[in-house]
Design a protein around this ligand. Structure first.
Ligand code: ZN
Ligand code: ZN
Length: 427
């Protein structure tokens, strides 16, 4: 699933817009955000982190939130250029300190059962000039300080949602051949398409989509596969699953029993791997945007779950920073299946944004697992999770491994092998 926690805590970016039908679509987008994604309840508080360029969308979302009965809507505006300035000019010690008031803010939101909306729209090239060590230290400091909030997010105790809006810098990266206005319009078009906003009744379309994904998850859960074997050029990987693992799709349930959809768009069905049960080599099939850097042709070698070797044609230092964050960032935390023939993949566009790219391809995540992917996992403390082979880390970073050349076979509890994916799609 989309690398949730880091994005909620650190959301960046900015977007403009035109008139006419656009406002109608923007309203529909706000409707699915509030009514399907967040499923905001009467009396609930909504907390939004947004880039400055999202102001138009945030206003429509805020109105929609009050229409369904929100008590408070708080917005934290964010300008990623200020992050860059800090990495370039702040003193070294600034990256190992994190303000208590921000930690308290997060904890109070969790206690109040607030819903969190994160608008993720980062400039993929933002941090090219920044020192990767500073970025890595800053990331680790933030994620460690925000542990309680991360825990609430990862265990789905509170409702949360990540969506995107176009920003100038991001749209320019995806469509360099277009004019600035065309870039923004094109990205809106793609966002509306992939979130089903272009259809007549997006709320109804989402209900249908959720049911379809649930069927895939049910198939995998019924077979209770012991392991999956991945084969593709540069990939020969076996992933075992722990006893009691659960395949999950679009919908989650918060502590109050309210359903919500944490990622829009979403096309994946995912679970957690057995911490020590990953062996072999895997090669990424799409560039990964991590901490403002593009990582290309990433290859990871695993022995008994641990990353023992890695290489990348571009962004090696960023991956090194990621893997060396803590012990858990040497292991995998997520296994997700997405057919090659999917609405996002069929746009044949690299979005340089994990929310979209991970939903275009099968992926894995380095770092923590979602405890909800294990029977009773949400109620387990850290030691118990460890005993159940559930990986934990302050990191969770998805990378894409799907392609038309990917074959996946599953081993049943009886030891028989069965095709799961052929040529990138469900077998
Ligand atoms: Zn993920
Ligand atoms: Zn995923």
């Amino acid at each position: 699933m989309a690398g949730k926690s880091e994005r909620l805590i650190w959301s960046v970016g900015a977007g403009g817009a035109t008139v006419g039908d656009f406002h109608q679509e923007l309203t529909k987008y706000a409707e699915i955000t509030v009514r399907v994604g967040l499923n905001l309840q009467k009396g609930q508080t909504l907390f939004i982190t947004a880039p400055l360029e999202a102001v138009e969308y945030v206003r429509v979302v805020t109105r929609e939130a009050y229409v369904v009965g929100a008590k408070h809507v708080h917005v934290e505006w964010h300008d990623e250029q200020l992050d860059l300035l800090k990495y370039l000019h702040a003193p070294e010690e600034a990256f190992s300190e994190f303000p208590k008031w921000r930690v308290q803010q997060g904890e109070q939101l969790v206690e109040a059962g607030a819903a969190l909306l994160s608008i993720y729209a980062s400039d993929p090239d933002l941090l090219q000039a920044a020192d990767p060590k500073r970025v890595a230290t800053d990331q680790k400091t933030r994620l460690t300080a925000m542990a309680k909030m991360r825990e609430a997010i990862q265990n789905m105790r509170i409702s949360w949602l990540i969506v995107s809006i176009p920003t100038k810098a991001w749209a320019a990266k995806i469509f360099p051949q277009l004019t600035e206005k065309q870039q923004i319009d094109k990205l809106w078009e793609y966002i509306f398409k992939t979130t089903r906003v272009d259809l007549d009744d997006p709320v109804a379309e989402w209900k249908k989509h959720i049911v379809e994904l649930q069927k895939r998850a049910a198939f995998l859960n019924e077979h209770n596969f012991r392991k999956l074997h991945y084969q593709a050029p540069g990939t020969d990987l076996t992933i075992e699953f722990p006893e009691g693992h659960i395949w999950i799709s679009a919908e989650s349930t918060n502590a109050q029993g309210t359903m919500f959809v944490p990622n829009m768009p979403t096309e994946e069905v995912f679970t957690l791997p057995k911490r020590d049960g990953v062996n072999g080599v895997v090669t990424s099939t799409m560039p990964l945007h991590y901490n403002g850097v593009l990582v290309e042709n990433l290859s990871l070698t695993f022995e008994n779950g641990r990353i023992v070797e890695f290489s990348a044609d571009r962004g090696y230092e960023a991956i090194q920073g990621l893997v060396e964050t803590d012990e858990g960032s040497h292991y995998l935390g997520e296994v997700a299946l997405v057919p090659h023939d999917s609405p996002i993949s069929n746009l044949h566009t690299l979005f340089f944004n994990t929310l979209f790219d991970e939903n275009a391809a099968c992926h894995l995540a380095i770092g923590s697992a979602y405890p909800v992917c294990l029977k009773g996992g949400s109620e387990m403390d850290e030691d118990t999770l460890r005993q159940h082979d559930v990986n934990q880390s302050v990191e969770h970073v998805d990378f894409m491994i799907g392609s038309k050349d990917l074959q996946i076979d599953g081993q049943t509890v009886k030891g028989e092998w069965m095709p799961i994916f052929r040529n990138g799609n469900w077998a």
